[in-house]
Design a protein around this ligand. Sequence first.
Ligand code: ADP
Ligand code: ADP
Length: 229
Amino acid sequence: TAVIHCDGLAKTYSEGSLRTHVFHDLHLEVARGETVAILGASGAGKSTLLHLLGGLDVPTAGEVYVDGHRMSRLSDAARGQLRNRALGFVYQFHHLLPEFTALENVMLPVLLGGMEHDDAEAQARGLLESVGLSHRLDHKPGELSGGERQRAAVARALVNKPACVLGDEPTGNLDEKTAATVFELMLSLNREQGTSLVLVTHARSMARKLDRVLELHEGKLREVSPDEV
Ligand code: ADP
Ligand code: ADP
């Protein structure tokens, strides 16, 4: 089964009498282990698409399947479990929990998945080390710089070894060197564990390193050949 599959996907935002038709009849299939870049101008609907794929928002029409499960058919609890087990999110507004330390934030998804505390802590420490945050384990989000917060969010997204990572400009706020490190970390997870990546990015140098590049334009997803990128 595809990690992510959607068909006939449509999204219209309604505010009073104002309707914004972002897209309709969108089709996307992401195979296990496949890496996909999504490009598109500001306002094209990239974030909307990623939110729908992650079950954070509900499509106006069409269905999203994650790991073969039809999202709209699941109870809120089951959808939450599926999200926690199968998906890792790296969004611009990373939503680290402010009252918890970096270590605790990264441990949380694995604890929710049922792992023993000590194993969860070891796993979280390992990932925080690989994003260069070993010296910030006990800092709360408010005590971290923007770049540090984003790296903590990336560690949290990867800690559960999800089948698919959904990233909305996952390295957008990082300096060049840290961005490259974080991107390499995601690529190595793909190589070593077959994690699929769906990354919205403006960084064409990154898009080029992924299996497929899609461009969202006027409500349609168009395949772009790597040499066009
Ligand atoms: P992108 O991520 O490609 O910049 P978005 O998905 O954020 O695009 O937005 C696509 C379109 O939907 C834009 O026209 C935006 O103004 C509109 N939009 C996004 N979110 C909302 C919302 N919550 N309510 C109303 N309109 C929205
Ligand atoms: P940047 O230049 O990356 O934006 P900052 O100037 O915000 O970083 O912070 C510099 C360092 O100080 C960061 O490593 C951050 O973890 C630490 N820091 C910032 N605010 C606090 C705080 N309130 N308590 C403890 N450490 C902090």
